[in-house]
Write a protein that binds this ligand. Structure first.
Ligand code: C2E
Ligand code: MG
Ligand code: MG
Length: 717
């Protein structure tokens, strides 16, 4: 206790006995500022206006007793300390005094030192308690102020986050969401209540398989700033966003989560995409424009150059377009262009491009073609696509088009020269009256024209009965006798003469005409076989070629069975020749069809074996009966050891697989000798006979019949 406090301490003495008051006053007033009252009531009244550190009070007073006063004193002045003075010397009254809140108890008559000591103790205690209360209040006040400030800051932050146009959310260390603002709810479609406490659902992330960089950063509490990303809404649609992440740290720097901020940039992206689209597309038809077309052309050129392939650029322009717009107006012209664009686009292959440059000109990029004919086929297809009438503003318009074709590598090595030359070809097509296509190179036009003429003739050939079947004998290697024949089609074209199959079978395949032609050949060959067999001519078997396209017919086995039934030829008299490539085209489908044929009793031969895939290992899985060695090997086997080895290998392999082997293109005695040495089962070739018309082949058969035992001269050599 300091002296200043002592000197300033104020003491209120309450006693109804004046002598005691005086005595106490005298005793204490040197050190303390003392005041006296004669009753509890007076004391309480004074305490209402003045403050005292200590009240020294008698217990028994007239009026309110000291004991009854104490609680009221403490209520009025909580910092004040009360010491009771009493004549009663028993312990009960002391306890009573303490119970009501007195700090100490002094008995009368009192010793001076006792009083002084009690007063000093009481004042020390009072000072301590007052100081404590002061600091408590002080602290309380500070805490109150800080809380208010924090509350204000929090409130501001919360308002800011709630009102922010940016999605803001926070993840704790376990990647659970601890904050989710309304903009986040807006972007993702998940409400705060649905996501809080959950781990960040991967469904929010566009690419679920691969965590985007921002998410990886967020999970590692690393910062990112404004990366572009794509997130998924609740409805599955995707949103483009910019993402920022920042680690959340304690005051001491320890991380405890990540704050993620996202800005929805989908509108900007859409605008960009739109601008991009406009830069590369024609606004009327939405087709690619010249810039995009040239870009794709350059890319395609790079590709085909690397793989030494072909590519075509076609310019297409409706004929007399100006006349349409002059009579019907430009709006109608625009409608017509859109309709043309629609038809062109509708039939495009993947990877090809149709574009509109300017005016009524369209351009097509055929990014990869197998030959000139592919480009011509597309040109014809365009003519067909445009031929049904267009309905524009209630008018029915019939349109023809001029088409110019530029081919890489023939008509230019780069985009610009190809475009220029395709343009020149278009100009020529127009000059020559329109409704036609023109290649830039003249002899390609000729070829295309020829082919078109051939196609038209081919279409008429079946009805015109221009096809003939020739037969070529197949000889047994053992006996040298005719054991079978191969049916080979010929086209007796009135103007062109006898057209070999190599000139029209590929065209027939392309146009689908092979189906009726093939069926016709099969029927004719079977009918002929039946006729000869009925007449007792020694023909055990007829081999008929099937092209890949025929083989792909789903009802092939049914068609064959029908023709066998119709002609009455036994199925085991029929052998169907297929090339390796048509079997390999779709092996699963092929195996099924081959099985069906085999079950019927029809035999299957692989034609031109060795020329194609030659998947020897695969052979054993295929239900086949015969291998026909490709003529190329037979031709050179007596001069080229490689070919000799191949022929030998094929025969050995075939025999080990229990297949019969037929050698084609046997032209010389040397061939024959070599093949007999290798125990080739059957042979076919000019050495024995060329393919012959039925009447001539009949003579051959008749000769063999009358001349039993005498083999064809060639076999005696
Ligand atoms: P291919 O099935 O391999 O027919 C054998 C070809 O070799 C026939 O030509 C035949 O005339 C010829 N040839 C026969 N012996 C010799 C010879 O000793 N030396 C030489 N250099 N050639 C010989 P062709 O008749 O011109 O037929 C060619 C190809 O046309 C046939 O090859 C076959 O793939 C196809 N083909 C013929 N007729 C038909 C048919 O009716 N339908 C189908 N889809 N294709 C047929
Ligand atoms: Mg054949
Ligand atoms: Mg062949």
């Amino acid at each position: 206790m300091t002296t200043t406090q002592k000197s300033r301490a104020r003491i209120l003495i309450a006693d109804d006995e004046p002598q005691i008051r005086e005595m106490l006053h005298e005793l204490l007033s040197d050190d303390y500022d003392c005041q006296e009252v004669a009753s509890a009531e007076e004391a309480l009244a004074l305490l209402c206006t003045e403050s005292f550190q200590l009240v020294l009070s008698d217990i028994t007073m007239s009026g309110l007793s000291g004991l009854d006063m104490v609680p009221q004193v403490l209520k009025l002045a909580p910092d004040t300390v009360v010491i009771m003075i009493s004549g009663e010397q028993n312990i009960e009254s002391a306890i009573r005094a303490m119970r009501v809140g007195a700090f100490d108890y002094v008995t009368k008559p009192f010793a001076i030192q006792h009083v002084e000591a009690a007063v000093e103790r009481a004042l020390d205690y009072q000072a301590l308690r007052a100081a404590k209360r002061y600091y408590e209040n002080f602290l309380e006040e500070i805490v109150r102020q800080r809380t208010a400030e924090l509350h204000k800051t929090n409130q501001t932050l919360r308002t800011l986050i709630a009102a922010a146009p940016l999605a803001i959310f926070a993840l704790d260390e376990a990647a659970r969401l601890t904050m989710w603002n309304p903009a986040a709810a807006q972007i993702f479609g998940w409400t705060e209540a649905e996501v809080l406490g959950r781990t960040l659902p991967l469904a929010l992330v566009a690419d679920e398989a691969q965590q985007p960089t921002w998410l990886q950063a967020a999970l590692r509490h690393e910062p990112t700033s404004g990366d572009e990303a794509r997130v998924r809404r609740r409805d599955g649609t995707e949103v483009d966003v910019n993402v920022w992440t920042a680690a959340l740290t304690d005051a001491d720097g320890a991380g405890h989560g990540t704050m993620v901020v996202m800005a929805d940039i989908s509108e900007r992206k859409q605008a960009e995409a739109r601008i991009n689209f406009l830069a590369y597309h024609d606004t009327l038809t939405n087709l690619p424009n010249r810039v995009l077309f040239e870009d794709r052309l350059v890319q395609s050129l790079n590709l085909v150059q690397r793989h030494s392939q072909m590519l075509a650029v076609l310019f297409v322009a409706p004929d007399r377009f100006k006349k349409f717009t002059d009579t019907l107006g430009h709006a109608a012209g625009d409608q017509l262009l859109c309709a043309v664009a629609e038809r062109l686009r509708g039939n495009l292959r993947d990877g090809d491009t149709v574009a509109r440059f300017e005016g009524e000109e369209f351009s097509l990029l055929l990014s990869s073609i197998n030959g000139t004919e592919d480009a011509a086929a597309v040109a014809r297809w365009i003519q067909q696509a445009l031929s049904p009438p267009f309905k524009v503003e209630g008018h029915e318009l019939y349109l023809t088009a001029s088409i110019g074709i530029g081919l890489y590598p023939y008509d230019g090595a780069d985009a610009q020269s190809l475009l220029k030359n395709a343009g020149a070809a278009l100009y020529r097509a127009k000059q020559q009256g329109g409704n036609q296509y023109q290649f830039y190179t003249a002899d390609m036009n000729e070829r295309a024209l020829k082919r078109l003429a051939l196609e038209n003739n081919l279409r008429r050939a079946i009805d015109a009965e221009e096809f003939v079947v020739y037969y070529q004998p197949q000889m047994s290697g053992d006996t040298g006798r005719i054991v079978g024949m191969e049916a080979l089609v010929r086209w007796q074209q009135p103007e062109l003469g006898l057209v070999p199959p190599s000139d029209f079978i590929p065209l027939a395949e392309d146009t689908g005409l092979i189906e009726p032609i093939g069926t016709w050949v099969l029927r004719t060959a079977l009918e002929q076989t039946k006729r000869w067999q009925t007449r007792g001519l020694p023909i055990q078997r007829v081999a008929v070629n099937l092209s890949a396209r025929q083989f792909q017919r789903p009802d092939l086995a049914g068609m064959v069975a029908g023709l066998l039934a119709e002609t009455g030829v036994s199925p085991n008299c029929l052998e169907l020749e297929l090339t390796e490539s048509s079997i390999m085209h779709d092996t699963t489908g092929a195996i099924a069809v081959l099985r069906e044929l085999q079950q019927m009793g029809v035999r299957v031969a692989v034609d031109d074996f060795g020329a194609g895939y030659s998947s020897l290992a695969y052979l054993k899985h295929l239900p086949i009966d015969v291998l026909k060695i490709d003529q190329a090997f037979v031709r050179d086997m007596t001069s080229d050891p490689n070919d000799a080895a191949i022929v030998m290998a094929i025969i050995t392999l075939a025999h080990s697989l229990k297949l019969r082997v037929v050698a084609e293109g046997v032209e010389t005695e040397e061939h024959l000798r070599f093949l007999r040495l290798l125990r080739c089962d059957e042979m076919q070739g000019y050495l024995f006979s060329r393919p012959l018309p039925a009447t001539e082949f009949e003579h051959l058969l008749e000769g063999q019949q009358t001349d039993v035992g005498q083999n064809l001269s060639a076999l005696h050599v």
